[in-house]
Structure formats: C-alpha cells, structure tokens
Design a binder for this molecule. Sequence first.
Ligand code: IVH
Length: 765
Amino acid sequence: MTGSGDSVEKQVENLTAEDAREEFLELQTLLWAANREYHSSDAPSISDADYDTAKRRYLDLLDQFPELRKNATQAATVGAPIADGFTKVTHAVRMLSLGNAFEDEDVQNFDTSIRKYLGLDREAALSYTAEPKIDGLSLSLRYENGELVQAATRGDGETGENVTANARTIQALPHRLTGAPAILEVRGEVYMSHPDFEALNARILAKHQADPNPNKKEPKLFANPRNAAAGSLRQLDSRITAERPLRFFAYAWGELSEPLAETQWGAIERLAALGFETNPLTAQCSSPADLLAHYRQIEEQRASLDYDIDGVVYKVDDLSLQERLGFRSTTPRWAIAHKFPAELAWTRLEAIDIQVGRTGALSPVARLQPVTVGGVVVSNATLHNEDYIKGFDSKGEEIRGGKDIRVGDWVQVYRAGDVIPKVADVDLTKRPDDAVPFEFPTTCPECGSQAVREEGDAVRRCVGGIICPAQAVEKLKHFVSRKAFDIDGLGAKQIEMFYEDEHLPIRTPADIFTLQSRDSENLSKLEKRKGWGDQSASNLWAAIDEKRTIAFGRLLFALGIRHVGEVGARDLALHYGDWDVMAQAVDMARAAALAHRAADEAEEAERVAAAEHGRRARVKEARDRALAESNVPDAATAAWSDLTGVDGIGATLGLSLSDAFANSDERAAFDALRAHLTIVPPEAPQKDSPVAGKTVVFTGTLEKMTRAEAKARAEALGAKVSGSVSKKTDLLVAGPGAGSKAKKAADLGIETVDEDGWLELIAGA
Ligand code: IVH
C-alpha cells in the first residue's frame, strides 16, 4: 500500500513531529479516497485489510501526536475519519432552534406580535410559508465554489461536530453544485424513511442471529427513525454511514456570499433548482387562518407520509422582513414551530423517586412500567413537584379535579416532542386498595439536610448547599457541561467517578485545575489505572489546561448559581466587564439585597393580614416601612439598583447572586477557582459600530419602526438602551411629542437626534 511511504514503517513513537504530520496528511488523503471509492465505485483500489492497516496507523499517529488534531480539523474537510469523537466546527452563522406554538391561539399571537414589532396594522399584507417540521437532525452543508467542503451538526448552535466525511457518503446530497453562490451554507434535516428504518433494524437483527459466537451481546436496535438517522450520521467510521440510507430536506441556509432570493419561498425554489430535496408539502399562506388550514391538511396526511414529522413550521416569507425581525437569544422572531398534539398512553406507576438537582431542588420522578408513547418507550416521567402529586397547581388551584397520584396507580403519560414525558392524569377506578398518599420527604434523601419550601416556591429544596453530594455532583456536571467549561474527556460520567475517587477526588470546581498536580506517583497515578492510558490522561491534562483561560460570561454561567442562566451571565459579564469589579459590586449591594428581601416579606405579611381582616392591603406602605427600618447605606442602594437595573437582571436573579456570593462556602469555592483562571472580559457586540458602548434613550413617537425594533437594533449594535435620561446618557433619539426627557437632555447638554438622524447614524453598521 501507499501513503505511509517507507516499506519498513517506523514505530510511531520514533517519528519526529514533522514526519508524523506529513504521514498523517497522506494517510488522511488515502483514507478519504478509499472511503469515496468504497461506496461509489465497483473496483476499489485498496483491499479492506489495507484500509484497516492504514486507518490503524492513522489513529496511532493521532494518539501519539494529539496536536495533529488541528490538521484533522482542516483535513477533515477533505473527509477523514477522526479518532475518538469528531472535531468541532464553529458555525459562521449560528444554528438556531424554533419557538413553539401548541394552540391555534399561539399562531394568532405569533402573527400579532410580528405585526406589532414591525408596526404593521391588521390589514397590511403579510405572507408566510408553512412546511412540515421534520423529525430528524439538522445538518449544515458548506459549499465553496460549488464543492461540498464541510458538513456540521447543530451541536449547541454555535459549534457543532464536523461530520464531513460522513455527509459525503450520503447519496441524497449533491456533492457539487453549478450556478450556486461562491459561498453557500445549506441547512436542513437529515432523516430516515420508515421503510429504510425497518429494513435497517431487520438487517441488524439478522446479522446478530447469523453470528455463531455464543457470547455475543444483545443486538442494538434503533428505537425510532430519528435515532437511527442520528446514529448513522454520527458514526466514527464513515463506511458505516455510507451503508445507511439517509435522506435530507433543505429548508434554511447559513452563510451566503450573495442572497438566494427575496423570499423564503424563492430561496427554497432556488435550493431545489440546485439539486436539493425540498419538502413538497410547503405552501405560501397569507393569514393565520391560512396557516391553520395548511396545518390541518398536513396533520391529516401525517400518518400516510413515509417519514416522521412533529409539527408545521411557519416562516415570514419576505426575507427583508425576516432580517428586520431578527432573533431573540436562541430563536428567530420570524418563525415558529406549531407542534402536533402530544401523545398519550396509560401505564402503572411503580415508584416515585426523588432526585436532587444542582440548586437543591427535590424533583419527584415517576418510575413507570415501560410503555410506548408515540413510538418511544417511556419508563420515567416527571411529576413536577409536591403539589402536583397532591393535585394542585402552583396557584393552589385544583388540577385533575384534585385527584392525587399514588404509587400503584394507573396513570396517563404525556409526551410532546422531545420534552421530558410527564404524568398527566390518574384513573381512580383502577387504584389498588392498599395505595397510600405519597409523603413528600422533608429531608434531603441524599445528605439528610432539611429540605425546605419557601413561601411562594413550588419546589422543596435541600439546604445542604455544596455539602450535599447530590448538589455538589450536579453542580460539577453543570460546570463541565457544553455551554459552561466544556472540557473534553471530562463529562458527567467522569465527574461522578472523580467525585467518589479516594485518591484523586474532584469535589469542587477548583479541584479540576489541581488534578494533574495532585496526580502524584502513588496509587493515584491516573495513567496507570485501568481504562486511563498514558495518552488519555495526558489528553485530559491538555483539555483542562486549555480551559484555564475562560470567558467571563461562561465562567459565571458555569458556577450554576440559581437563576443565572446563559443569557443572564452574559449580560452581567457585559455590564461589569471584570470579575473583581462584579464581586465588589455584589458585596457592596448586599445590605440592599437583604432589605429588598425583608421588604418582600413585609409585603407578603401585609397581604395576609389584610386578607384576614377583610381590608385593602397597604402594600406600598409595608414595603417602605421595611426599607426605612433596614437603614441601608446609600452606596449599597446604588450598587443594588445598578445590579438589578441591568436589562434582563431583576431582583430575583440579583438576590440569588447576592446569596451565592455571601455564602462563605460558595464564596471560598469561587475564590479558589478564580486563582486558577485567566478570565477574558466580554467583547461588546459589534465593537466597531458608531453606537457601541453608548447609552441611548428613545423618546417620543418613532415613525419608521416600533420602539421594540429600535431597541433591539440598538442593542445588536452594542448600545445600551435606557428608559430614562441621566448624566450617563450619550444620545437621545427624540421623535415628535418628546417632552420632559428632551428637556432634561437639553439641560444636561446631551446630544439629541431625530429618528432620521438616528437611522443615518447607524446606516451601514
Ligand atoms: S427552520 C432559524 N424548518 O427544528 C430557524 N427547522 O426546533 C431554522 N426542523 O433545529 C430552523 N424541520 O432541526 C426549520 N422545516 C423546518 C424544520 C426545522 C425540522 C428542526 C431543525 C431545528 C429545529 C428547531
């Protein structure tokens, strides 16, 4: 065979990095050519045995020279099988998910909110497309000058897995385009048809039955076509993908060097003309009533289609309107998925287990006699919380006619799309005589601490904090998760293992960063352990080292503070810019945070007292009194208003952040962690825009856009939009009818422009 060059192969260990790289690239080309031939030609130029030898050598090289992975990223675009796992691809344009509609009313609201955002009245024409929502997995295909150069899964929307080699084996995809834009990213859904899915499972079963090995494992059949499609696309050996009959519907796009069309409809037609399969059930609709009619039509055809769909996607047809509407944090404003109704099934409730989450929440989980719900076998479902089991909702109103749920009951399981199945109803006629009401624990089943339920909270929580092993482990899992530290080779499974490890434990985030230095020459030496080769231990050290530098927002999100989600963390990072500045501000605000809590409590007490005495509640007085009694220093009040005034950060998040920073155990854990990290301050979005970093106030009537659109656009350009004029205001945009704000701005000498002036200022940004 060729590729590895010399007839006498050198031991991989004896190669120089330079030689290794050269050989690696050659092998990559060779393997890719073999892959291509394997499924497109009858006369492969290389035998299976040679292919296997080349591949083993390739993997050995990757093992010995992990830095080659970098070459694999580029070379994978020419299609190479990558060792353990896929390389990552950063999407040039984020791959988003869709908001959901369930009821007809939600569809009406979708139309209304779009009109409101764009400032269109009810009569103005506004058309949409409606098409089936395919139940597969999304794939982004990048073509450069007509050549397929990269295929990536959605991943977390920002980075996905590089599955180029596999995508190239999919017959249904055009590998070369003529007349396409020089850069074209086509997005759509990979799926498997029902007959192909059945045939695949039949083949797996037949192969298993034909295997004479008495110790053979159970055959792994796919549960549904979606899993089969995902399992086939995410194969490390692309020859397996090649054998799987995958299909693809194109419905969207990412980066483009020139627009495809002026409308969604036109763009899809263009993709079809370029050779992509597009869905024949797509329609243009001119009103919500039209959308709903098309939805009903697709729903009727659903059972006769030979692929799975789980709803209908509506998109604003006019692409210039799509652009104006833009995106919320993870979903477009211009599209929505109208889901088909959930599927139901009845089964026996065998047990109720309590799981303790990262914030200490005790969640009841139903263990069910396995039952098929809409094609998926379900054996666990959520019971939400204590009241839900008793038959009440969060407002104390009866649900299910007040029927409680007991172990042994015959219950209805409900599953909508990919959300966690839930127990929806109970059949009292089938209740066993000995069934007893469920007693919700008042102590934590994991650490024995009190589990308390605060006023107004539906959830009972373990107060153990990080002394509770369940909370600690869940927090650590969150810490290493994809949107947080995302450490290669350190996932949920490894966290559980290290948490229990007596020689080399990880109990706090900081422990991750001392792991290597603690891994001394005694029993604990990781590379000597079973399952941890020399190589995988050193890979882990490298992966951990890589994350010693981390974005501020990611770090804050990773800490797993209750209510601090990805978006909130990013907003806080943008606002404070620096960890220590934020920590100081949060400390400074503590007295005001506590006063705020006391005021909440006083308000609640006043409500209760007023209800008892049948008088009107004097809520504001109660609040003011409590605040006056707390005697909060001005500096604290200022820090608290600054914190909770950040757009999207309210008092709930503020209090939670304040509690976390004031808790000495947690604070010690943060400080210990911080010592190992270099924190990268956030970049304001679009730094080079003329309004980046400026504080802008809109007042008066805007005529060319709504206030919501103006605000969203300004924020996308990196401006802060504030509701009131102060010394910090940089620019006032004043439309007709501007009153006191314009006057105040004039008094303070703040620059003021009208709407046209504003549009001119941001034109081209
Ligand atoms: S459009 C920016 N159209 O649904 C919007 N998505 O819940 C891009 N999906 O991740 C998506 N069929 O995997 C769109 N006809 C369709 C779809 C579709 C299935 C999937 C897609 C997406 C998910 C969102």
